[in-house]
Design a protein. Structure first.
Length: 347
């Protein structure tokens, strides 16, 4: 049996360069020129670029790719494509087409595996109602797959990660624990039932983002990927100049992941994430979080859920909508407040 994860040193969104290192890389790159039609660029580390075309349309453009996070080729292709399209949905956009990004060790990986990866990606594009319209491929030492994805959104409905307001409630639409469970898979410690549960989460399209964007009470939106819940929530806090308060007991977590995490099974990126931003995370005296519980909040998620900042009066309506559309893990996990930028974590 082919084990794709054995062909790479990392997998999924855990492949991301650490936040601090990425800032260092970009520190000398002139990215902040003023472009009138560029509605969203690099300033707030948002999910995708948004470029206004006319009074009614803006182009959402993103790219996302990584090394295998699971062993089954079709599943890897599905996960990578779902994850890439998530950035379009997180900006409030509707995807219109995608291009494949493919790097494969042609001389060592069987052709049927490469074909399976492409098939998985194409299947997700079909599910999203868009063409996989081409792409680019190279012969590389490790398998890499993802998409360049384009979408459209009305300029007045663009969802940003930097527009949360004090008093907003924070809603998470998918559970945490993906990095923990995929690490267990690589170690040969994940049961078939556990695999099916995490695969279902990673291959669920975040298409509800396009619908939520039409609701003016959704003030900010982002998706949770490689920097973990804390990392992406910090981006919201920094961009919006707010403080966040969250409670571990309210956060949805995959049940299989809890036992694995308590045994210390984490990807290396979870510790790297925590080390990179722990100075802005405040644990209350009563929280009594164990180390593994803290690392769960920094666990890199691949094709994770949407994080919404919502006006309090619309919370119940939006939760009903999310549950009706199949996002059964959706929960209010905390709120935004005034104060020093950072995150306060309670049990």
């Amino acid at each position: 049996m082919i084990r794709l994860t054995q062909y790479s040193h990392g997998g999924g969104c855990g492949c991301k360069i650490a936040p601090a290192k990425l800032q260092e890389i970009l520190s000398e790159v002139p990215l902040n020129q003023v472009w009138k039609q560029l509605l969203v660029g690099t300033q707030t580390s948002d999910d995708a670029a948004v470029y206004q075309i006319n009074d009614h349309q803006a182009l959402v453009l993103t790219t996302d790719f990584f090394m295998p996070i699971v062993d089954e080729p079709v599943d890897f292709g599905r996960i990578a494509a779902t994850n890439a399209l998530s950035d379009v949905y997180a900006m409030g956009g509707t995807p219109i087409l995608a291009l494949a990004v493919l790097g494969m060790p042609i001389n060592t990986l069987p052709m049927e595996a490469i074909q399976g990866i492409m098939l998985g990606g194409a299947t997700v594009c079909q599910e999203a109602g868009i063409p996989l319209a081409g792409g680019h491929s190279i012969d590389s030492p490790e398998p890499i797959f993802g998409l360049v994805a384009a979408g459209l959104v009305h300029p007045m409905q663009v969802q940003r990660n930097a527009t949360a307001k004090p008093g907003d409630k924070l809603i998470l639409t998918k559970p945490l624990g993906i990095g923990v469970m995929t690490t267990a898979l690589k170690k040969g410690q994940l049961t078939p039932d556990a695999y099916e549960s995490v695969l279902k989460v990673m291959t669920q399209l975040n298409r509800v983002g396009a619908t939520l964007a039409t609701n003016p009470d959704v003030h900010a939106m982002t998706d949770i990927t490689g920097f973990g819940l804390l990392g992406h929530l910090l981006e919201v806090c920094r961009g919006s100049a707010v403080r966040a308060e969250i409670s571990l007991s309210l956060i949805p977590i995959l049940s299989f992941a809890l036992n694995l995490a308590s045994q210390g099974i984490f990807p290396g990126a979870a510790r790297r994430n925590w080390d990179g931003y722990q100075s802005q995370i405040h644990l209350t005296e009563l929280s009594n979080l164990t180390e593994w519980e803290t690392l769960l909040l920094a666990d890199p998620q691949t094709s994770g859920g949407l994080l919404l900042a919502v006006a309090p009066n619309s919370v119940s309506t939006i939760l009903e909508q999310l549950l009706a559309e199949g996002y059964g893990y959706s929960r209010v996990i905390g709120e935004c407040t005034e104060g020093e930028v950072g995150i306060e974590v309670k049990r």
